[in-house]
Write a protein that binds this ligand. Structure first.
Ligand SMILES: Nc1ncnc2c1ncn2[C@@H]1O[C@H](COP(=O)(O)OP(=O)(O)OP(=O)(O)O)[C@@H](O)[C@H]1O
Length: 675
């Protein structure tokens, strides 16, 4: 083994170039030349290129055959190193990796400058490189970051001896300082890149949607969640105008305008609720959206979460609430459609049509005078149809101010939003799967008729104030007591709508044309009212029945119901009698064919009204009942029980009378004493 002299200086010891140069008489020129080489050679390069330039010039400057700069092979373990640039005699050699133990570099990476002027081969027989290259000498220095942490090392070595020369050492140190600075810079850059990558991953994979956009809502960046919610591909992102995905409905536009107006102020803490259409399939998505402008004021960072599911649930809740209200109204009205009474050929013909059409989905137009049973027939069609377990939704088009008919039929989008989506569901949506019964169809305002026509033709419509088409599967049954053909002539009813509705017409005969049906109806209705009022009626007087039969019933069955209900309330015994006076001032004695009563229309309002006023109670039935009970009480001196009591006069059980008095709020005035 050759004699070796090893110098080892701990990193951090003060060995400045100035100290070394003091020992260098006349070496200044060479140092300057070396410095120039290093500055000029590396000034414009960084990274791998910088290190290549550095090792080449270093080898030249110190007159060694070999030079390399190396770093730790993996940042965690410091047992292996790899070269970043390796100058070998007269060219760059391939970089390589090696285990530090048993090599001259081992001591260097622990923070020491090591100089082996000779004998390296003998001292490090396990080092393959040393042996292969037949090395004699080695000079190595650790490369540290500003905090003193060793990042790698710089070494020159030779197959000749390398005597200790302070001038060479100085040059070597200058190169080392440059290399250390670049290595430290690279490490910082890597760390920065890694942390940026981590942030990018976080941004990209975050479950919340993030978008960077300009104040015109032009997208700059959108993370994965944002792209997924809006149905956009990565290549769609740059330049996509977010607002172009907002549907063109007044409500959606208003929301987005308000949201962007508040961006300058920073959006409110609850987040704006916005509606978008997905770019890929046009489906509706709802998001809760927050946005904050960047300090420069040119861009804004937006963040949103998908709340479509929540909104749908709220909409469904609203729909169910509307349905619930409607169904409760329905329950309150008594449906006796199982009791269509009559055997007149005219009625049987109508019922035969009901049977035929019920099985189909055809639209039906029921015509007939008022009170002929049009609604009853509509219900009968629905309950005999395949839709019977779905709702039958009714709308009396004459019962609403014309301005409300449209929103009642089709629903409307409501503007205000304070945490919940508020919209009104129309009758058509409620009837989905079932039947809609449009009573008094002749009263539908002409402007709404177009929309109605579209539902009939295309089975779709938009809510008032909405743009989204809504598909429905609804069977339409309409009814009217007006002459629609006349309305068409007058220009208040659309002909095309008429033909759409009139696919299957059913004309209900007026009661006066239903021969033999009056006695059957009288029997049914008297039994029903007697049970309801709580009186016992066994028969109807012969003369009364005759009068009922002869009377032309301009108000049809509804009028018959009213007359009979009043008669039952006023009845005094088991045989129902009706005062001939009830019919006296009516056209009852007139032969029906001579001057048949017509249903009241605007053109003959005066006559019809007179007729109805004469035959129907002017007061409500409740008022009549009340007056009648009070009259009986006054006659009995407010005595309820006993042979001369009011209960006896009224043929009621005393307890029934008491409860009825309580219900109607009948009480004796204080000065009349207690009953
Ligand atoms: N054939 C019938 N048998 C028993 N009751 C009937 C019959 N037809 C109608 N009614 C009864 O007569 C009343 C009026 O019927 P409905 O309301 O169906 O008539 P309408 O033609 O729709 O009346 P409007 O044109 O005034 O709306 C209801 O109480 C109904 O139950």
């Amino acid at each position: 083994m050759a004699e070796t002299r090893t110098t080892s200086t701990k990193v951090g010891e003060k060995r400045t170039p100035a100290n070394d140069s003091d020992d260098l008489p006349g070496g200044v020129v060479e140092e300057l030349a070396a410095l120039r080489v290093i500055v000029e050679g590396t000034a414009h390069s960084t990274g791998a290129e910088f290190f290549q330039t550095l090792v080449r010039h270093l080898a030249q400057a110190v007159g060694a055959h070999y030079a390399f700069v190396a770093e730790f092979a993996s940042p965690g373990t410091r047992t292996r190193a790899r070269t970043i640039a390796f100058w070998s005699r007269d060219g760059f050699a391939e970089n390589f990796e090696w285990t530090l133990a048993g090599t001259p570099c081992e001591d260097v990476v622990h923070g020491n400058l090591c100089h082996h002027p000779s004998g390296v081969r003998q001292n490090f027989p396990e080092d393959r490189l040393v042996v292969e290259l037949g090395l004699e000498s080695y000079l190595g220095v650790p490369l540290c970051d500003p905090e003193g942490k060793v990042l790698g090392h710089l070494a020159v070595f030779d197959d000749r001896s390398m005597p200790e020369e302070p001038r060479k050492l100085l040059i070597f140190r200058i190169f080392a300082a440059r290399a250390a600075a670049e290595l430290a810079r690279l490490h910082l850059e890597w760390e920065l890149r890694a942390s940026e990558e981590r942030l990018r991953d976080l941004y990209e994979e975050a479950p919340i949607a993030y978008v960077k956009e300009d104040l015109q809502s032009r997208f700059i960046r959108a993370n994965h969640a944002a792209r997924r919610i809006l149905g956009i591909k990565p290549e769609d992102v740059p330049g996509l105008v977010g607002r172009s995905l907002v549907p063109d409905t007044p409500d959606a536009q208003r929301r987005v305008q308000e949201a962007f107006a508040s961006v300058g102020r920073g959006t409110d803490t609850r987040g704006a609720v916005l509606e978008f259409r997905r770019k890929d399939n046009g489906n509706s998505v709802w998001v809760q959206w927050w946005s904050k402008p960047e300090p420069g004021g040119k861009y804004t960072r937006s963040m949103f979460v998908d709340i479509t599911e929540r909104v749908r649930m709220e909409q469904e809740k609203a729909r169910l609430a509307a349905e619930n209200v409607y169904l409760q109204e329905e329950i309150k009205s008594v449906h006796n459609f199982d009791e269509i009474v009559g055997q007149s050929p005219a009625l049987l013909e109508a019922l035969d049509k009901v049977n035929r059409v019920a099985r189909t989905d055809a639209s039906v137009l029921i015509t007939g005078e008022t009170g002929t049973g049009k609604e009853l027939i509509a219900r009968a069609i629905h309950s005999a149809s395949r839709r019977h377990d779905k709702p039958l939704i009714k709308l009396n088009c004459a019962a609403l101010p014309s301005g409300l008919v449209e929103s009642e039929l089709f629903g409307h989008e409501k503007g205000a939003f304070s945490g919940a989506i508020s919209r009104r569901v129309g009758r058509f949506e409620l009837a989905h799967g079932g039947t809609i019964f449009l009573d008094e169809i002749g009263e539908v305002p002409i402007e709404v008729q177009v929309k109605l026509l579209r539902v009939l033709q295309e089975r779709e419509f938009e809510r008032v104030g909405g743009a989204e088409p809504i598909k429905v599967d609804v069977r339409v049954i309409a009814a009217t007591n007006r002459d629609l053909v006349k309305l068409i002539r007058e220009g208040t009813f659309r002909e095309d709508l008429f033909y759409r509705l009139n696919v299957f017409p059913i004309a209900l005969p007026p009661l006066r044309d239903r021969e033999g049906d009056v006695p059957l109806l009288v029997h049914l209705l008297v039994t029903r009212f007697a049970a309801r009022v709580g009186v016992r009626i066994e028969s109807v007087g012969k003369a009364t029945l005759e009068r009922l039969n002869r009377y032309p019933w301009p108000g049809n069955i509804r009028e018959l119901e009213n007359v009979l209900e009043r008669a039952v309330i006023l009845s005094n015994g088991p045989t129902l009698e009706i005062d001939p006076e009830v019919f006296a001032s009516t056209p009852a004695d007139r032969p029906p064919d001579a001057n048949p009563p017509r249903s009241p229309g605007p053109e003959d309002e005066g006559r019809a009204v007179t007729c109805v006023q004469q035959t129907t109670p002017l007061e409500s039935l409740e008022a009549i009942t009340r007056n009648h009970i009070v009259a009986a009480l006054e006659q009995s001196g407010w005595t309820i029980d006993g042979p001369h009591g009011a209960a006896k006069i009224l043929a009621l059980h005393p307890n029934t009378l008491r409860s009825r008095m309580q219900k109607l709020g009948i009480a004796r005035a204080p000065h009349e004493g207690r009953p």
